[in-house]
Design a protein around this ligand. Structure first.
Ligand SMILES: Nc1ncnc2c1ncn2[C@@H]1O[C@H](COP(=O)(O)OP(=O)(O)O)[C@@H](O)[C@H]1O
Ligand SMILES: CC(=O)N[C@@H](CCC(=O)OP(=O)(O)O)C(=O)O
Length: 332
């Protein structure tokens, strides 16, 4: 089994040894991994993502997974004949659609991720924002063509209660959170559909995460869309804020979420191509791919270096435990 895991990733995955130094430097760091539906295009990628999450855990980091599932929701709604168009990158969500979104995210996508991670040991625990009141949401209004749009039961995160997440992390588990949230005023028992980037950013901010890695289906953030050159290697929060008004589609809420995470104190955010096996590990290597967005001035670090260490609440190296290199190499 171990040999099989090694063989499967060695040709296409990153060189683990080159990532070890980066992983070592991040012992004890809380890292939120946002896995988007568009990056979950095949079984091998999902397995690679699960292995990477477990590797981070073995290396003494504290990974938290927040997942989306836009394409999976699309496919399900098509199958049952429900229409739910997007406005400004967010799905217009009737109460009926909200129930289906919850079923697909919590009942299908999350269960699969939990299973893939737990193939390597009893690490993953699935939850939604409903569990232990982890998330609470208020209605979010959309904007399209300069006009305010009623998105129905789409929520923005009003509160994150970190107690359950912190307890799971302290117990060495990997929380896998679906982006569903009850109403902050507990008004009618209904749930809100929260964009998964928004949920990941709120969770990263509330946990005081060192970094937020957003896995998506493009190599990074492009200055113009469709792209006319390579993605932006590095920019700072102010630079991202200046780009926001021109961004469209799914990148609009994603970039806004990145900015919110940085402003909440997350050390850095990376947008990574989740279609590349080993994307998460590569983020800790010497030639980290994707777009790096840092809180302070962008000139602070090497554009191609690994994930920055020492966020506002990194927890210190001591809390991470020793790096279990044997387990790391076995899992690679
Ligand atoms: N400037 C841009 N840079 C990168 N992607 C962009 C940009 N503008 C729009 N996009 C679109 O945003 C998409 C990513 O957002 P989204 O579909 O929500 O991804 P995910 O499901 O991974 O969260 C890309 O596939 C691309 O089509
Ligand atoms: C409000 C809103 O748009 N919610 C998203 C939730 C899932 C999601 O965000 O999935 P990705 O990360 O794969 O895009 C939706 O219904 O598709």
């Amino acid at each position: 089994m171990v040999a099989e895991l090694g063989a499967r990733t060695s040709d296409r995955g990153p060189d683990l040894l080159s990532c070890l130094a980066g992983l070592r430097a991040h012992r004890g760091a809380t890292v939120v991994l946002k896995f988007g539906g568009n990056a979950m295009v095949d079984r091998e990628l999902k397995e690679s993502f699960a292995r990477s999450a477990v590797l981070l855990r073995y290396a003494g980091l504290r990974p938290v997974v927040v997942h989306g599932g836009g394409p999976q929701i699309d496919a399900h709604l098509r199958r049952i004949g429900l229409r739910a168009p997007f406005a400004g990158g967010l799905r217009v969500t009737t109460p009926e659609v909200a129930d289906e979104v919850r079923m697909v995210l919590a009942g299908q996508v999350q269960r699969e991720l939990v299973g893939l991670i737990n193939a390597h040991g009893p690490f993953a625990v699935g939850l939604t924002g409903e569990d232990a009141g982890t998330l609470a949401a208020v209605k979010r209004w959309g904007r399209a063509d300069g006009r305010r749009v009623d998105l129905g039961r789409v929520g923005e995160v009003a509160e994150v209660r970190t107690g359950l997440l912190a307890a799971l992390l302290a117990d060495g588990r990997i929380p896998v959170l679906s982006s569903i949230a009850p109403a902050a005023d507990r008004s009618d028992g209904a749930v809100y559909n929260v964009n998964a980037d928004t949920a990941a950013a709120a969770v990263a901010g509330a946990l005081g995460a060192d970094s937020l890695l957003m896995l998506t289906d493009v190599p990074g953030l492009y200055r113009s869309w469709p792209p006319q050159g390579p993605p932006v290697e590095q920019l700072d929060a102010d630079g991202l804020a200046r780009m926001l008004p021109a961004l469209a589609g799914g990148m609009a809420p994603k970039a806004a979420a990145c900015l919110a995470a940085l402003r909440a104190g997350v050390g850095e955010v990376r947008m990574l191509d989740g279609r590349v096996p080993g994307a998460v590990l590569r983020a800790f290597g010497p030639d980290a791919p994707g777009t790096r967005v840092v809180a302070g001035a962008a000139s602070g670090g090497p554009a191609s270096g690994g994930v920055a260490s020492g966020g506002p609440a990194s927890g210190g190296a001591a809390s991470g435990g020793p790096v279990d290199e044997g387990a790391l190499l076995a899992l690679r």
